[in-house]
Design a protein around this ligand. Structure first.
Ligand SMILES: COc1ccccc1NC(=O)N[C@H](C(=O)N(CC(=O)NO)CC1CCCC1)C(C)(C)C
Ligand SMILES: [Zn+2]
Length: 186
């Protein structure tokens, strides 16, 4: 099972490379990796397992964070109360096709499973995105997301392009939120 020691930290080259597109059918190794990545997120959101293995509660994970420079991300965005998760899946070769002009940000900024420090600052991202991706079988999907799930997906796709969340923080005014931006978590 994947635990925190398998997740590379900032400074690892895989976090600053463009990840390779995958072809289908996926190799058995890549099929197994997809399963393990989603299982890590489920484990990390299970209080007993997370406690036992010291897992940070993850909502998304990108293959480069495991040192694998391939275009694969796992997403587990919980629903509200006990309803099922909003996103519980692995996306291959995701590509943002459209993005809104309107921006959104998390009130308290972002963190990262590969960053073991607080990096204060607002991370502005398009509030709504349309993403094309393939599932582990190679079937193609187009999906429009907004708000929190759009932020998670953009954070993970950034990892496939060697981008870290703090690359988006305005160095001169890190806390500045432009007028008209949607603030999530208020
Ligand atoms: C169940 O957990 C939650 C429930 C409700 C709100 C938030 C969370 N958890 C998170 O935001 N978790 C973050 C996360 O997984 N990531 C993913 C990551 O590092 N991917 O590479 C960072 C988030 C920052 C914005 C979007 C993803 C960490 C870095 C704090 C572990
Ligand atoms: Zn991250």
């Amino acid at each position: 099972m994947i635990t925190m020691k398998d997740i590379v930290l900032e400074g690892h080259p895989a976090l600053r490379k463009r990840a390779e597109k995958l072809t289908f059918p996926l190799s058995p190794e890549h099929q197994e990796l997809a399963k393990e990545m989603l299982e890590f997120l489920h484990n990390s959101q299970n209080p007993e397992i997370a406690e036992k293995y010291g897992l940070r509660a993850g909502v998304g994970l990108a293959a480069p964070q495991l040192g694998k420079s391939i275009q694969m991300i796992a997403l587990l965005v919980p629903g509200f109360e006990e309803e099922e998760a909003i996103l519980d899946e692995v996306w291959i070769n995701p590509r943002i096709m459209r993005e809104s002009v309107k921006k959104a940000c998390l009130k308290d900024g972002e963190g990262c499973l590969s960053v073991n420090r607080e990096v204060p600052g607002i991370v502005l991202r398009p509030e709504r995105i349309t993403v094309k991706y393939q599932d582990v079988n190679g079937d193609e999907f187009v999906r429009t997301l907004n708000d929190y799930e759009a932020i998670v997906v953009q954070h993970e796709i950034d990892h496939l392009n060697g981008v870290m969340f703090y690359d988006h923080i305005n160095q001169t005014q890190p806390m500045y939120i432009p007028k008209g931006a949607v603030v999530i978590g208020e």
